[in-house]
Design a protein around this ligand. Structure first.
Ligand code: PLP
Length: 474
Protein backbone atom coordinates (compact mmCIF):
# COMPACT_ATOMS: atom_id res chain seq x y z
CA UNK A 1 0.00 0.00 0.00
CA UNK A 2 1.46 3.40 -0.93
CA UNK A 3 1.28 6.01 1.80
CA UNK A 4 -1.74 8.29 1.37
CA UNK A 5 -0.51 11.09 -0.87
CA UNK A 6 -2.77 13.93 -1.86
CA UNK A 7 -2.10 16.95 -3.99
CA UNK A 8 -3.84 20.22 -3.44
CA UNK A 9 -3.77 22.46 -6.49
CA UNK A 10 -4.89 25.47 -4.50
CA UNK A 11 -1.58 25.54 -2.67
CA UNK A 12 1.13 27.75 -4.08
CA UNK A 13 3.72 24.94 -3.67
CA UNK A 14 4.20 23.08 -6.98
CA UNK A 15 2.58 19.63 -7.22
CA UNK A 16 6.01 18.09 -7.82
CA UNK A 17 7.24 19.43 -4.46
CA UNK A 18 4.10 18.25 -2.69
CA UNK A 19 4.68 14.69 -3.95
CA UNK A 20 8.37 14.82 -3.05
CA UNK A 21 7.72 16.13 0.47
CA UNK A 22 4.97 13.65 1.29
CA UNK A 23 7.06 10.68 0.13
CA UNK A 24 10.05 11.89 2.08
CA UNK A 25 7.95 12.33 5.23
CA UNK A 26 6.37 8.89 4.78
CA UNK A 27 9.78 7.24 4.42
CA UNK A 28 11.38 9.09 7.32
CA UNK A 29 8.51 8.34 9.67
CA UNK A 30 8.82 4.64 8.84
CA UNK A 31 5.33 4.50 7.36
CA UNK A 32 6.98 3.24 4.19
CA UNK A 33 9.65 0.78 5.16
CA UNK A 34 13.09 0.33 3.59
CA UNK A 35 13.03 -2.22 0.77
CA UNK A 36 9.33 -1.67 -0.05
CA UNK A 37 8.36 -1.25 -3.69
CA UNK A 38 6.75 2.06 -4.53
CA UNK A 39 4.09 2.47 -7.22
CA UNK A 40 5.37 3.15 -10.72
CA UNK A 41 5.38 6.74 -11.93
CA UNK A 42 2.56 5.92 -14.33
CA UNK A 43 0.39 4.38 -11.59
CA UNK A 44 0.89 7.25 -9.17
CA UNK A 45 0.30 9.85 -11.90
CA UNK A 46 -3.02 8.18 -12.76
CA UNK A 47 -4.08 7.90 -9.10
CA UNK A 48 -3.31 11.55 -8.42
CA UNK A 49 -4.58 12.81 -11.76
CA UNK A 50 -1.30 14.60 -12.55
CA UNK A 51 1.10 14.50 -15.52
CA UNK A 52 3.50 11.58 -15.41
CA UNK A 53 6.46 13.92 -15.93
CA UNK A 54 5.58 15.61 -12.60
CA UNK A 55 5.87 12.30 -10.74
CA UNK A 56 9.05 11.42 -12.68
CA UNK A 57 10.57 14.70 -11.46
CA UNK A 58 9.57 14.10 -7.83
CA UNK A 59 10.90 10.51 -7.90
CA UNK A 60 14.08 11.79 -9.57
CA UNK A 61 14.78 14.06 -6.63
CA UNK A 62 14.03 11.29 -4.10
CA UNK A 63 16.41 8.97 -5.95
CA UNK A 64 19.09 11.63 -6.13
CA UNK A 65 18.86 12.26 -2.38
CA UNK A 66 19.04 8.58 -1.51
CA UNK A 67 15.46 7.88 -0.48
CA UNK A 68 14.47 5.77 -3.45
CA UNK A 69 16.44 3.23 -5.40
CA UNK A 70 15.69 2.52 -9.05
CA UNK A 71 18.94 0.77 -9.88
CA UNK A 72 17.59 -2.77 -10.14
CA UNK A 73 15.50 -2.37 -13.25
CA UNK A 74 12.57 -4.27 -11.70
CA UNK A 75 10.92 -1.24 -10.14
CA UNK A 76 11.59 1.50 -7.64
CA UNK A 77 12.13 0.74 -3.95
CA UNK A 78 12.64 2.61 -0.72
CA UNK A 79 16.40 2.56 -0.13
CA UNK A 80 17.53 0.02 2.44
CA UNK A 81 20.04 2.47 3.81
CA UNK A 82 18.58 5.91 4.27
CA UNK A 83 20.62 9.09 4.87
CA UNK A 84 21.72 8.45 8.49
CA UNK A 85 21.70 12.00 9.67
CA UNK A 86 18.02 12.31 8.80
CA UNK A 87 17.01 9.08 10.43
CA UNK A 88 18.97 9.43 13.64
CA UNK A 89 16.62 11.81 15.50
CA UNK A 90 13.83 9.28 15.01
CA UNK A 91 15.85 6.61 16.71
CA UNK A 92 16.68 8.65 19.80
CA UNK A 93 14.79 7.33 22.81
CA UNK A 94 14.29 10.78 24.32
CA UNK A 95 12.52 12.01 21.25
CA UNK A 96 10.46 8.83 21.04
CA UNK A 97 9.16 9.66 24.48
CA UNK A 98 8.35 13.16 23.29
CA UNK A 99 6.49 11.67 20.31
CA UNK A 100 4.44 9.48 22.65
CA UNK A 101 3.48 12.48 24.74
CA UNK A 102 2.55 14.42 21.64
CA UNK A 103 0.35 11.56 20.48
CA UNK A 104 -1.55 11.35 23.74
CA UNK A 105 -5.23 11.46 22.95
CA UNK A 106 -7.53 14.13 24.28
CA UNK A 107 -10.45 13.20 26.51
CA UNK A 108 -12.59 13.24 23.38
CA UNK A 109 -10.09 11.08 21.47
CA UNK A 110 -9.82 8.46 24.16
CA UNK A 111 -13.58 8.24 24.62
CA UNK A 112 -14.09 6.98 21.07
CA UNK A 113 -14.71 3.31 20.40
CA UNK A 114 -14.79 1.52 17.12
CA UNK A 115 -18.33 0.32 16.65
CA UNK A 116 -18.50 0.71 12.92
CA UNK A 117 -20.02 -2.43 11.39
CA UNK A 118 -19.67 -4.11 14.76
CA UNK A 119 -22.96 -5.78 14.19
CA UNK A 120 -22.20 -7.80 11.10
CA UNK A 121 -21.88 -11.55 11.34
CA UNK A 122 -19.23 -13.96 10.12
CA UNK A 123 -19.19 -14.76 6.39
CA UNK A 124 -21.79 -17.36 5.50
CA UNK A 125 -24.17 -16.52 8.33
CA UNK A 126 -27.75 -15.38 7.77
CA UNK A 127 -28.25 -11.77 8.81
CA UNK A 128 -31.12 -9.32 9.18
CA UNK A 129 -29.24 -6.07 8.55
CA UNK A 130 -30.85 -3.11 10.28
CA UNK A 131 -31.05 0.42 9.07
CA UNK A 132 -30.09 -0.07 5.43
CA UNK A 133 -32.52 0.77 2.64
CA UNK A 134 -32.80 -1.63 -0.30
CA UNK A 135 -30.19 -0.03 -2.55
CA UNK A 136 -31.17 -2.23 -5.50
CA UNK A 137 -34.49 -0.32 -5.63
CA UNK A 138 -33.04 3.16 -5.74
CA UNK A 139 -33.30 4.89 -9.18
CA UNK A 140 -29.57 5.36 -9.62
CA UNK A 141 -29.86 5.88 -13.41
CA UNK A 142 -32.07 8.88 -12.74
CA UNK A 143 -29.74 10.08 -9.98
CA UNK A 144 -26.78 9.92 -12.38
CA UNK A 145 -28.74 11.95 -14.93
CA UNK A 146 -29.56 14.62 -12.38
CA UNK A 147 -25.93 14.85 -11.30
CA UNK A 148 -24.72 14.97 -14.89
CA UNK A 149 -27.23 17.68 -15.84
CA UNK A 150 -26.13 19.84 -12.94
CA UNK A 151 -22.47 19.34 -13.81
CA UNK A 152 -23.02 20.18 -17.47
CA UNK A 153 -24.74 23.44 -16.63
CA UNK A 154 -22.54 24.45 -13.71
CA UNK A 155 -20.89 27.85 -13.78
CA UNK A 156 -17.41 27.98 -12.17
CA UNK A 157 -18.75 30.01 -9.22
CA UNK A 158 -20.70 27.03 -7.86
CA UNK A 159 -17.41 25.24 -7.13
CA UNK A 160 -16.24 28.00 -4.82
CA UNK A 161 -16.73 28.15 -1.04
CA UNK A 162 -20.37 28.81 -0.41
CA UNK A 163 -22.99 29.36 2.26
CA UNK A 164 -22.22 27.00 5.17
CA UNK A 165 -25.91 26.43 5.91
CA UNK A 166 -26.38 24.88 2.49
CA UNK A 167 -27.40 25.46 -1.11
CA UNK A 168 -30.35 27.89 -1.15
CA UNK A 169 -32.67 25.96 -3.50
CA UNK A 170 -32.14 22.77 -1.48
CA UNK A 171 -32.96 24.56 1.78
CA UNK A 172 -36.19 25.76 0.16
CA UNK A 173 -37.06 22.26 -1.01
CA UNK A 174 -36.34 20.77 2.40
CA UNK A 175 -38.47 23.30 4.25
CA UNK A 176 -41.39 22.62 1.90
CA UNK A 177 -40.83 18.83 2.11
CA UNK A 178 -40.84 18.66 5.91
CA UNK A 179 -43.92 20.90 5.97
CA UNK A 180 -45.77 18.51 3.61
CA UNK A 181 -44.61 15.24 5.09
CA UNK A 182 -44.02 15.97 8.76
CA UNK A 183 -46.01 19.12 9.52
CA UNK A 184 -42.77 20.83 10.51
CA UNK A 185 -43.16 24.58 10.47
CA UNK A 186 -40.10 26.58 9.46
CA UNK A 187 -38.67 28.99 6.92
CA UNK A 188 -35.84 27.95 4.54
CA UNK A 189 -33.48 30.08 6.66
CA UNK A 190 -33.94 27.66 9.54
CA UNK A 191 -32.67 24.73 7.46
CA UNK A 192 -28.99 23.84 7.87
CA UNK A 193 -27.80 21.18 5.43
CA UNK A 194 -25.39 18.75 7.10
CA UNK A 195 -23.56 15.53 6.30
CA UNK A 196 -26.20 13.16 7.67
CA UNK A 197 -27.92 13.17 11.06
CA UNK A 198 -24.66 12.19 12.67
CA UNK A 199 -23.16 15.57 11.88
CA UNK A 200 -26.36 17.22 13.08
CA UNK A 201 -25.93 15.46 16.43
CA UNK A 202 -22.28 16.41 16.58
CA UNK A 203 -23.10 20.08 15.97
CA UNK A 204 -25.85 19.96 18.62
CA UNK A 205 -23.36 18.60 21.15
CA UNK A 206 -20.71 21.18 20.22
CA UNK A 207 -23.19 24.02 20.52
CA UNK A 208 -25.21 22.99 23.55
CA UNK A 209 -23.14 20.74 25.82
CA UNK A 210 -20.53 21.86 28.31
CA UNK A 211 -18.51 19.03 29.90
CA UNK A 212 -20.48 17.91 32.95
CA UNK A 213 -23.86 19.09 31.62
CA UNK A 214 -26.73 16.66 32.00
CA UNK A 215 -28.30 15.28 28.84
CA UNK A 216 -31.36 13.01 28.83
CA UNK A 217 -31.23 10.09 26.47
CA UNK A 218 -33.72 7.33 25.73
CA UNK A 219 -32.87 4.02 27.37
CA UNK A 220 -32.67 1.89 25.32
CA UNK A 221 -31.69 4.41 22.71
CA UNK A 222 -29.64 5.31 19.68
CA UNK A 223 -25.97 4.63 20.38
CA UNK A 224 -24.92 7.15 17.69
CA UNK A 225 -26.46 9.98 19.71
CA UNK A 226 -25.31 8.61 23.05
CA UNK A 227 -21.69 8.37 21.96
CA UNK A 228 -21.61 11.91 20.58
CA UNK A 229 -23.06 13.38 23.76
CA UNK A 230 -20.74 11.34 25.96
CA UNK A 231 -17.70 12.24 23.85
CA UNK A 232 -18.47 15.91 24.43
CA UNK A 233 -18.51 15.33 28.15
CA UNK A 234 -22.27 15.17 28.83
CA UNK A 235 -23.44 13.31 31.92
CA UNK A 236 -26.11 11.01 30.53
CA UNK A 237 -29.45 10.57 32.23
CA UNK A 238 -31.33 7.49 31.08
CA UNK A 239 -34.98 8.03 30.13
CA UNK A 240 -37.00 4.84 30.41
CA UNK A 241 -39.18 4.11 27.39
CA UNK A 242 -42.73 2.88 27.97
CA UNK A 243 -45.62 2.39 25.55
CA UNK A 244 -45.96 6.18 25.13
CA UNK A 245 -42.29 6.84 24.44
CA UNK A 246 -39.50 8.34 26.55
CA UNK A 247 -40.64 9.09 30.08
CA UNK A 248 -40.08 12.51 31.59
CA UNK A 249 -39.34 11.19 35.07
CA UNK A 250 -35.73 10.39 34.18
CA UNK A 251 -34.87 14.01 33.35
CA UNK A 252 -33.34 15.88 36.27
CA UNK A 253 -33.61 19.45 37.42
CA UNK A 254 -30.32 20.25 35.70
CA UNK A 255 -30.99 18.41 32.45
CA UNK A 256 -30.23 20.88 29.68
CA UNK A 257 -30.79 18.75 26.64
CA UNK A 258 -32.92 15.74 25.75
CA UNK A 259 -32.49 13.48 22.74
CA UNK A 260 -35.56 11.59 21.48
CA UNK A 261 -36.80 9.64 18.45
CA UNK A 262 -40.55 10.31 18.81
CA UNK A 263 -41.85 8.95 15.50
CA UNK A 264 -40.20 5.52 15.80
CA UNK A 265 -38.22 5.10 18.98
CA UNK A 266 -34.88 3.47 18.36
CA UNK A 267 -34.73 0.55 18.94
CA UNK A 268 -38.12 -0.33 20.47
CA UNK A 269 -40.23 1.07 17.61
CA UNK A 270 -42.67 2.79 19.99
CA UNK A 271 -44.29 5.99 18.65
CA UNK A 272 -44.52 8.72 21.22
CA UNK A 273 -48.14 9.44 22.07
CA UNK A 274 -49.58 12.90 21.57
CA UNK A 275 -50.01 13.33 25.32
CA UNK A 276 -46.33 12.53 25.96
CA UNK A 277 -45.25 14.89 23.19
CA UNK A 278 -47.18 17.74 24.75
CA UNK A 279 -45.72 16.91 28.15
CA UNK A 280 -42.17 17.06 26.80
CA UNK A 281 -42.82 20.38 25.08
CA UNK A 282 -44.20 21.86 28.30
CA UNK A 283 -41.26 20.41 30.25
CA UNK A 284 -38.70 21.93 27.88
CA UNK A 285 -40.34 25.36 27.99
CA UNK A 286 -40.61 25.37 31.76
CA UNK A 287 -37.00 24.19 32.31
CA UNK A 288 -35.29 26.24 29.61
CA UNK A 289 -34.01 22.98 28.11
CA UNK A 290 -33.69 21.96 24.46
CA UNK A 291 -35.23 18.89 22.83
CA UNK A 292 -33.56 17.13 19.93
CA UNK A 293 -36.15 15.42 17.75
CA UNK A 294 -34.39 12.82 15.57
CA UNK A 295 -36.95 11.98 12.89
CA UNK A 296 -34.64 9.55 11.08
CA UNK A 297 -37.21 7.35 9.29
CA UNK A 298 -40.59 8.86 10.01
CA UNK A 299 -41.60 8.49 6.35
CA UNK A 300 -42.07 4.76 6.88
CA UNK A 301 -45.36 4.15 8.67
CA UNK A 302 -47.38 1.17 7.58
CA UNK A 303 -50.66 1.68 9.41
CA UNK A 304 -52.59 4.72 10.54
CA UNK A 305 -51.77 8.32 9.83
CA UNK A 306 -48.35 9.62 10.89
CA UNK A 307 -48.26 11.60 14.09
CA UNK A 308 -47.14 15.17 13.44
CA UNK A 309 -43.63 16.10 14.44
CA UNK A 310 -42.90 17.46 17.88
CA UNK A 311 -41.51 20.60 16.25
CA UNK A 312 -44.75 21.22 14.34
CA UNK A 313 -46.88 20.96 17.47
CA UNK A 314 -45.28 24.07 18.90
CA UNK A 315 -43.02 25.91 16.42
CA UNK A 316 -41.85 28.37 19.08
CA UNK A 317 -40.64 25.60 21.41
CA UNK A 318 -36.92 24.89 21.86
CA UNK A 319 -36.92 21.88 19.52
CA UNK A 320 -34.03 21.08 17.20
CA UNK A 321 -35.46 18.89 14.48
CA UNK A 322 -33.09 16.53 12.64
CA UNK A 323 -33.86 14.69 9.39
CA UNK A 324 -31.80 12.58 7.02
CA UNK A 325 -31.87 11.27 3.45
CA UNK A 326 -29.94 8.15 4.51
CA UNK A 327 -33.07 6.04 4.91
CA UNK A 328 -35.29 7.42 2.14
CA UNK A 329 -32.44 7.54 -0.40
CA UNK A 330 -29.08 6.00 0.52
CA UNK A 331 -26.69 6.43 3.46
CA UNK A 332 -23.64 7.13 1.28
CA UNK A 333 -25.27 10.36 0.13
CA UNK A 334 -24.39 11.82 3.55
CA UNK A 335 -26.99 14.56 3.47
CA UNK A 336 -29.23 15.41 6.36
CA UNK A 337 -30.64 18.60 7.82
CA UNK A 338 -31.25 20.48 11.00
CA UNK A 339 -34.32 22.65 11.41
CA UNK A 340 -32.99 25.04 14.00
CA UNK A 341 -35.05 27.33 16.22
CA UNK A 342 -34.49 30.91 14.98
CA UNK A 343 -32.26 31.74 17.97
CA UNK A 344 -29.80 28.97 17.02
CA UNK A 345 -29.68 29.40 13.23
CA UNK A 346 -26.54 31.55 13.16
CA UNK A 347 -24.73 29.34 15.67
CA UNK A 348 -25.42 26.23 13.58
CA UNK A 349 -24.19 28.01 10.43
CA UNK A 350 -20.97 29.07 12.17
CA UNK A 351 -20.38 25.61 13.64
CA UNK A 352 -20.91 23.97 10.26
CA UNK A 353 -18.47 26.45 8.68
CA UNK A 354 -15.83 25.79 11.29
CA UNK A 355 -16.25 22.03 11.18
CA UNK A 356 -16.13 21.38 7.44
CA UNK A 357 -17.16 24.58 5.61
CA UNK A 358 -20.09 23.11 3.68
CA UNK A 359 -21.70 19.99 2.25
CA UNK A 360 -20.59 19.36 -1.36
CA UNK A 361 -22.54 21.43 -3.85
CA UNK A 362 -23.13 18.85 -6.58
CA UNK A 363 -25.11 16.40 -4.46
CA UNK A 364 -27.06 19.23 -2.85
CA UNK A 365 -28.03 20.60 -6.27
CA UNK A 366 -29.08 17.22 -7.66
CA UNK A 367 -31.03 16.53 -4.47
CA UNK A 368 -32.89 19.85 -4.83
CA UNK A 369 -34.01 18.66 -8.30
CA UNK A 370 -34.84 15.17 -7.02
CA UNK A 371 -37.23 16.68 -4.49
CA UNK A 372 -38.59 19.48 -6.70
CA UNK A 373 -39.45 17.11 -9.55
CA UNK A 374 -41.38 14.79 -7.23
CA UNK A 375 -38.94 11.86 -7.47
CA UNK A 376 -38.28 11.67 -3.76
CA UNK A 377 -41.90 11.32 -2.75
CA UNK A 378 -42.53 8.83 -5.56
CA UNK A 379 -39.60 6.72 -4.38
CA UNK A 380 -40.77 6.91 -0.77
CA UNK A 381 -44.29 5.78 -1.77
CA UNK A 382 -42.82 2.77 -3.57
CA UNK A 383 -40.54 1.85 -0.70
CA UNK A 384 -43.40 2.25 1.74
CA UNK A 385 -45.35 -0.46 -0.10
CA UNK A 386 -42.30 -2.68 -0.45
CA UNK A 387 -41.10 -2.36 3.14
CA UNK A 388 -44.66 -2.70 4.44
CA UNK A 389 -44.94 -6.13 2.79
CA UNK A 390 -41.49 -7.10 4.02
CA UNK A 391 -42.33 -6.16 7.57
CA UNK A 392 -45.53 -8.15 7.30
CA UNK A 393 -43.58 -11.15 5.96
CA UNK A 394 -41.07 -10.98 8.81
CA UNK A 395 -43.65 -10.60 11.57
CA UNK A 396 -45.90 -13.37 10.25
CA UNK A 397 -42.90 -15.66 9.84
CA UNK A 398 -41.80 -15.02 13.42
CA UNK A 399 -45.31 -15.80 14.67
CA UNK A 400 -45.57 -18.88 12.48
CA UNK A 401 -42.31 -20.35 13.80
CA UNK A 402 -42.22 -19.10 17.39
CA UNK A 403 -45.93 -18.77 18.17
CA UNK A 404 -46.57 -17.22 21.56
CA UNK A 405 -42.91 -17.34 22.49
CA UNK A 406 -42.02 -14.30 20.45
CA UNK A 407 -43.01 -10.69 21.17
CA UNK A 408 -42.73 -8.04 18.49
CA UNK A 409 -42.32 -4.60 20.04
CA UNK A 410 -43.44 -1.23 18.75
CA UNK A 411 -45.63 0.03 15.96
CA UNK A 412 -45.82 -0.94 12.31
CA UNK A 413 -43.22 1.58 11.20
CA UNK A 414 -39.54 1.99 10.36
CA UNK A 415 -37.06 -0.41 8.83
CA UNK A 416 -36.55 -2.92 11.63
CA UNK A 417 -38.52 -4.66 14.33
CA UNK A 418 -37.29 -5.33 17.83
CA UNK A 419 -38.21 -8.75 19.08
CA UNK A 420 -38.11 -10.52 22.45
CA UNK A 421 -37.94 -14.30 22.65
CA UNK A 422 -38.99 -16.45 25.59
CA UNK A 423 -36.52 -19.17 24.65
CA UNK A 424 -33.57 -18.79 26.99
CA UNK A 425 -31.31 -20.59 24.56
CA UNK A 426 -32.21 -18.48 21.54
CA UNK A 427 -28.67 -17.12 21.18
CA UNK A 428 -27.17 -20.65 21.18
CA UNK A 429 -29.82 -21.81 18.75
CA UNK A 430 -28.99 -18.90 16.42
CA UNK A 431 -25.27 -19.67 16.59
CA UNK A 432 -25.89 -23.37 15.91
CA UNK A 433 -28.05 -22.53 12.91
CA UNK A 434 -25.59 -19.94 11.62
CA UNK A 435 -27.96 -17.03 12.04
CA UNK A 436 -26.40 -13.78 13.23
CA UNK A 437 -28.70 -12.01 15.66
CA UNK A 438 -28.10 -8.40 16.67
CA UNK A 439 -28.82 -7.92 20.35
CA UNK A 440 -30.15 -4.60 21.63
CA UNK A 441 -27.60 -4.74 24.48
CA UNK A 442 -25.51 -1.93 22.96
CA UNK A 443 -28.56 0.36 23.07
CA UNK A 444 -28.81 0.27 26.87
CA UNK A 445 -27.04 2.60 29.24
CA UNK A 446 -27.36 0.18 32.13
CA UNK A 447 -28.58 -3.40 32.42
CA UNK A 448 -29.71 -4.64 29.03
CA UNK A 449 -32.88 -6.63 28.37
CA UNK A 450 -32.07 -10.25 27.70
CA UNK A 451 -33.14 -12.15 24.59
CA UNK A 452 -34.04 -8.92 22.78
CA UNK A 453 -32.89 -8.53 19.19
CA UNK A 454 -33.15 -6.17 16.23
CA UNK A 455 -34.36 -7.62 12.93
CA UNK A 456 -33.91 -5.35 9.92
CA UNK A 457 -36.28 -6.15 7.09
CA UNK A 458 -35.92 -3.33 4.55
CA UNK A 459 -32.92 -4.74 2.69
CA UNK A 460 -34.18 -8.36 2.51
CA UNK A 461 -36.67 -9.95 0.16
CA UNK A 462 -39.75 -11.59 1.65
CA UNK A 463 -38.34 -14.94 0.71
CA UNK A 464 -35.02 -14.28 2.43
CA UNK A 465 -36.90 -13.12 5.52
CA UNK A 466 -39.00 -16.31 5.63
CA UNK A 467 -35.93 -18.48 5.11
CA UNK A 468 -33.94 -16.60 7.73
CA UNK A 469 -36.62 -17.04 10.37
CA UNK A 470 -37.10 -20.68 9.39
CA UNK A 471 -33.38 -21.29 9.78
CA UNK A 472 -33.41 -19.64 13.21
CA UNK A 473 -36.30 -21.82 14.36
CA UNK A 474 -34.73 -25.05 13.10
C1 PLP B 1 -31.91 6.80 15.38
C2 PLP B 1 -31.10 7.10 14.16
N1 PLP B 1 -30.89 8.37 13.80
C3 PLP B 1 -30.20 8.67 12.68
C4 PLP B 1 -29.70 7.69 11.86
C5 PLP B 1 -29.11 8.05 10.51
O1 PLP B 1 -27.88 8.55 10.54
P1 PLP B 1 -27.23 9.28 9.28
O2 PLP B 1 -28.17 10.34 8.76
O3 PLP B 1 -26.03 9.91 9.89
O4 PLP B 1 -26.91 8.27 8.24
C6 PLP B 1 -29.83 6.38 12.21
C7 PLP B 1 -29.20 5.33 11.39
O5 PLP B 1 -29.25 4.19 11.59
C8 PLP B 1 -30.58 6.06 13.37
O6 PLP B 1 -30.79 4.78 13.72
Amino acid sequence: MPPAIAVDRRLSRPVRSQIYEQWRAAILSGRFAPGKAVPSTRELATTLGVARSTVVDAYGQLIAEGYLDASHGSGTFVCRKLPDDLLSPHRAPASARRDDAAMRLSRYGSSLIDDHRRNSGAPGTIEFPAGSPDLSRFPFALWRRLLARRLRRARPAVFDYAEAAGYGPLREQISAYVARIRAVRCTPDQVIVVNGSQQALDLCARLLVEPGDEAGIENPGYHGARRVLAAHGARLRPLTVDGDGAMIGGAGRNTRLVYTTPSHQFPTGVSMSLGRRLEWLAWARSRGAALIEDDYCSEYRYSGPPLPSLQGLDPGAPVIYIGTFSKVMFPGLRIGYVIAPPALVDAFGRAKWLTDRQTPWLEQAALADFIADGYLERHVRRMLRLYGSRREALVSSLHEHFGRNVHVLGDAAGMHVTVQFDDERIAQRAARNRVHLVTTAYCYLDRAASREFIFGFSAMTERALHEGVKALAR
